[in-house]
Design a protein around this ligand. Structure first.
Ligand SMILES: *Cc1c(COP(=O)(O)O)cnc(C)c1O
Length: 233
C-alpha cells in the first residue's frame, strides 16, 4: 500500500495561514505549523513527514517515545500535554521542547533530571491557563511572572515563550480574548524579565486563523491535518 499523501491538506492549511497573516499585517515567516500526531499510528506520522511536515506535537510521553522510535526519530517533537514529575526524564529524552511547564515543582524536577542527563540548557514554554478554565492545566495569569522568574533562576530551562489552549466555546470573541490575553501577558512579561519571549504557541484546528490574527507564532493542528481522531483524547 502506498503511503498517504498529506501534501494537499498541508498546502491548504498554509494557504489559510497566509490569508490570516495578510489580514493582520504579519509575514508568513513569523508562523510555524505543528502537526499534532497524538493517537495517530507511526506510519501516518511518517507519511506526514514524507509529505513535508515533520514538526510534531504529542500529549502523552510514553506514546510519543514509542512512536518516535518507530519512525526512526525523524523530525522535531514537542510535548503539548500535561507532564507528571515521574515522566520528566523520559520527556526530556523524547522531546526537543516541552510546552507545558506550569508549576515550580515541575520546573525543579526537570532541572534535576537535566543535571542527571548532562543537559545544560533545555528549551521550554510556560503554559498559561488564560481562560481560567478549571478543567485546564496551566499557570494562572497572575502567577505567570513568579513562575517565569523561578524558571530563569534555575539557569537550566530556557524560557522561549508562552503556550495556551483557547476557551472551548463557539464564541469567536471569547476565543480571541484568550489569544490576545496571552499576547498581552507576553508583552508585559518581556520588559519585566528582560528577556524576549518569542514563541506564542496558540491555535488548534478550530481556531488557528483567529490565533494567528492575534499574534500566534506556532499553531498546533491535529484533526485539521490527520482527520478526526477516533478517540476523544
Ligand atoms: C489535541 C491538541 C491539539 C490539536 O487539536 P485539534 O483540534 O485536533 O487540532 C492542540 N493542542 C493541544 C494542547 C492538544 O492537546
Amino acid at each position: 500500500m502506498e503511503n498517504e499523501n498529506f501534501r494537499p491538506v498541508i498546502a491548504r492549511i498554509w494557504e489559510d495561514i497566509k490569508k490570516s497573516c495578510e489580514k493582520s499585517g504579519r509575514t508568513l515567516r513569523e508562523v510555524s505549523l505543528m502537526a499534532v500526531s497524538k493517537t495517530q499510528a507511526a506510519e501516518r506520522v511518517l507519511a506526514m513527514a514524507e509529505s513535508g511536515l515533520s514538526h510534531f506535537g504529542e500529549n502523552r510521553v510514553q506514546e510519543a517515545a514509542a512512536k518516535r522510535e518507530a519512525v526512526k526519530k525523524v523530525g522535531v517533537w514537542e510535548l503539548i500535554g500535561p507532564l507528571q514529575r515521574n515522566k520528566a526524564k523520559l520527556a526530556l529524552e523524547t522531546f526537543e521542547r516541552i510546552q507545558t511547564v506550569d508549576r515550580a515543582s515541575l520546573a525543579a524536577e526537570l532541572e534535576k533530571q537535566c543535571g542527571k542527563l548532562g543537559i545544560e540548557r533545555y528549551p521550554v514554554l510556560m503554559q498559561v491557563n488564560i481562560s481560567e478554565d478549571e478543567a485546564k492545566h496551566g499557570a494562572a495569569a497572575d502567577e505567570a511572572e513568579a513562575l517565569a522568574v523561578r524558571i530563569l533562576e534555575g539557569g537550566v530551562l530556557q524560557l522561549e515563550g508562552l503556550m495556551t489552549i483557547g476557551r472551548f466555546t463557539d464564541e469567536e470573541l471569547e476565543i480571541r480574548k484568550c489569544f490576545s490575553g496571552l499576547r498581552e501577558l507576553r508583552d508585559r512579561l518581556q520588559p519585566r524579565l528582560g528577556l524576549p519571549l518569542r514563541e506564542l504557541s496558540m491555535g488548534m484546528s478550530s481556531d488557528y486563523e483567529w490565533a494567528i490574527e492575534e499574534g500566534s507564532t506556532l499553531v498546533r493542528v491535529g484533526s485539521g491535518l490527520f482527520g478526526r481522531r477516533e478517540s476523544s483524547k
